[in-house]
Design a protein around this ligand. Structure first.
Ligand code: C5P
Length: 330
């Protein structure tokens, strides 16, 4: 039997990079948000051994060997469960490769969930998170879904209130950005500005305070303004406007935009098309914009497509929808 799982993408609502750590990673703070765009992962098991990876759309940038995140996680899951099987994993690629949407990480988590089901065995929640973090910093968020706070190197994730779905536009330029290189470039930039630790961790603390105030709906001054937020539009819209006011940002823009000025232009185009908040996602090259209504998002995507960009209107995905829509019935 083949188990098919939707492998949803994520965006980052703000991403703050701290100091480089002794283990080569960087401390960071980010708000992850799953979105409705997805790949599909099909997992089947049979007698024998070995892990086979197939990519339906044959993107040459998707490795089919043991370096693939799906292979790595399948190997770890088999070991953890003490299972001996031949595993076949088919990746139906729709999301951009190296696009900052967490596709490779999400593919791996979908593989884990599909493989558990195919083997009719279950890992504990803690084991899932531990194995996911072993494969990459961006995997555990896909075991939470919806809106989640990411700390540590991004692998430590905490679910945030399940906000209503927000209309958005995703633009995927044909540029692949290497995340390790973007982190290294960020270090060079910090050094050139003589912004070395502990300044970086002080900044992360400050950002933590801003995020905390934003998430708990605290006003900038005075007493909590609960009446106004209950009245004035949906909570999602309120948060959206707060985001804009807070000036929440993605630190990767400071190193990626100078290297690819066209990405800065696309962010500008999203804003001119009516986005209330536009940003690079992760280290890019995907850009996304949040909109007040689906009609505005569709109109903006059409306008961006007319100017030659690959743009699609979609929505953020709440935690409950994420888990409900994970299984594909075929
Ligand atoms: O965790 P993941 O395997 O996705 O990370 C890929 C690379 O990105 C790491 O080897 C590291 O160079 C860089 N990275 C980092 N700080 C993080 C996450 C990733 O420097 N918080």
């Amino acid at each position: 039997m083949t188990i098919a799982v939707r492998s949803f993408a994520k965006i980052n609502l703000g991403l703050y990079i701290g100091a480089a750590r002794a283990d080569g990673y960087h401390d960071l703070r980010t708000v992850y948000q799953t979105i409705a765009l997805h790949d599909v992962i099909r997992v089947s098991v049979g007698r024998g051994s070995g892990i086979e990876i197939l990519c339906k759309n044959k993107d040459p940038r998707v490795p089919l060997d043991s370096s693939n995140t799906c292979y790595r996680i399948a190997d770890l899951v088999l070991n953890e469960l003490g299972a001996k099987s031949r595993v076949r994993i088919e990746i139906e690629k729709r999301l951009p490769v190296q696009g900052g949407l967490g596709a490779a990480s999400s593919n791996a988590v979908a593989t884990m969930l599909g493989l558990e089901r195919a083997l009719k065995k279950k890992l504990s929640g803690a084991a899932r998170l531990r194995i996911a973090a072993q494969v990459g910093s961006d995997l555990p968020l896909f075991l939470v879904g919806g809106t989640a706070l990411g700390v540590g190197r991004g692998e430590e994730v905490y679910p945030l209130p399940d906000l209503p779905s927000v209309p958005m536009v995703v633009v995927t330029p044909a540029i692949g950005v290497s995340t390790p290189k973007a982190f290294a470039d960020r270090d060079i930039l910090m050094k050139s500005k003589q912004l070395t630790p502990p300044g970086a961790s002080d900044r992360l603390f400050e950002v933590g305070c801003v995020l905390s105030a934003w998430l708990s709906d605290l006003p900038k001054s005075g007493l909590p303004n609960t009446g106004a937020s209950a009245k004035g539009g949906s909570r999602a819209e309120k948060l959206l406007l707060d985001l804009v006011r807070t000036g929440i940002e993605n630190d990767f823009e400071k190193v990626v935009f100078p290297q690819y000025p066209e990405l800065r232009d696309i962010k500008g185009a999203l804003e001119r098309a009516g986005a209330k908040y536009a940003s690079l996602s992760g280290s890019g090259s995907t850009l996304c914009g949040l909109f007040r209504s689906s009609a505005e998002a569709v109109k903006a995507a059409n306008r961006l497509r007319r100017s030659g960009l690959r743009a699609v209107a979609t929505r953020t995905l709440t935690r409950s929808s994420y888990w409900k829509q994970l299984s594909v019935r075929e």
